[in-house]
Write a protein of this length. Structure first.
Length: 297
């Protein structure tokens, strides 16, 4: 009997000591590791959208084949948009001419005079093709009257990130574009006086000095629309104004959302991420604890 009691006391002592063993603190990835993981996730996301593009194009061409029509369905520079759920949306009529103007730049470097004047890169057809495709992804997300690039909502136009625009590139052309290539095209547009952006930096942690960025304000200039020309034609202007009126009837508003709201959104995302980290750290206390096995008597 005495041996049994001593054995039980040993088991209890082992259980108590197992819970008191300090567990190693979770390893926090450094900035380089975090950035590399983030870039890898974004690339996988774009690859999935590229596959979606090809699946949808094949599906639409099969429909045309079943109707004995030419199987020439494309998105590219057409007045269409492929949504992330796989639906194909028809853009307002004015985009047929606007996107055609972008496509013309590939073969005609004089289509955008300021780009030809200020960017030597436009002497290369590959550079012109890159710029044309990037424009085709940005313009469907643009308020054609004010030049603001973003998503209209009832609270105003919300900014859109370059990463989202790169995803639109994958959906529109079924190709991957590297962030550096996209950035290069944006720089060419800026040098020509066509495009302007303003960063929105938010200090989310004053104690640690942590800074995050919201999607920047992005704006096409009057010079761009002058060189684009087509939006100045009376019939195209009427279409753009009619589209605006339809959108207003839906309750959408066409001024920038207050910077304060964008900054608050970044703060909320940071706080949620921080709390998730705390929760993961706390859970290690419980996952590290293991109920000791009963020693057979």
């Amino acid at each position: 009997m005495l041996c049994v009691l001593m054995l039980r006391m040993c088991v209890m002592t082992f259980a108590e000591s197992s819970t008191s063993i300090p567990q190693p603190a979770p390893v926090t990835p450094n900035k380089g590791e975090y950035d590399a993981e983030y870039r890898a996730k974004r690339k996988l996301r774009k690859q999935a959208l590229i596959e979606l593009h090809h699946d949808v194009v094949e599906r639409e061409n099969q429909k045309l084949q079943g109707q004995d029509k030419p199987t020439n369905f494309t998105i590219g520079f057409r007045a269409r948009r492929l949504l992330r759920n796989g639906d194909v949306e028809t853009l307002p009529q004015e985009f047929a001419r606007i996107l055609k103007g972008c496509e013309e730049f590939i073969e005609n470097p004089n289509r955008f005079p300021s780009l030809r004047a200020w960017c030597d890169a436009t002497n290369n057809v590959q550079s012109r093709r890159l710029i044309a495709k990037v424009l085709a992804c940005i313009l469907p997300n643009t308020d054609l009257i004010g030049g603001r690039v973003g998503i209209p909502t009832e609270a105003g136009i919300r900014t859109i990130s370059y990463d989202q625009l790169q995803e639109d590139y994958a959906l529109r052309f079924g190709e991957f574009i590297s962030p550096n290539s996209f950035k290069k095209a944006i720089q060419h547009l800026g040098h020509a006086g066509y495009f302007h952006s303003e960063r929105i930096n938010v200090c989310v942690d004053k104690k640690g000095g942590t800074v995050r960025s919201a999607a920047a304000f992005k704006q096409f200039t009057e010079r761009f629309f002058s060189d684009l020309k087509v939006v100045r034609y009376s019939n195209i202007c009427q279409m753009i104004i009619a589209t605006r009126e339809r959108q207003k009837k839906k309750g959408l508003r066409f001024f920038w959302v207050a910077r304060r709201l964008l900054m608050e959104g970044v703060q909320q995302i940071f706080n949620a991420s921080t709390l998730d980290d705390y929760a993961d750290t706390t859970s290690t206390v419980f996952s590290a604890y293991q109920q000791p096995q009963q020693v057979p008597l």
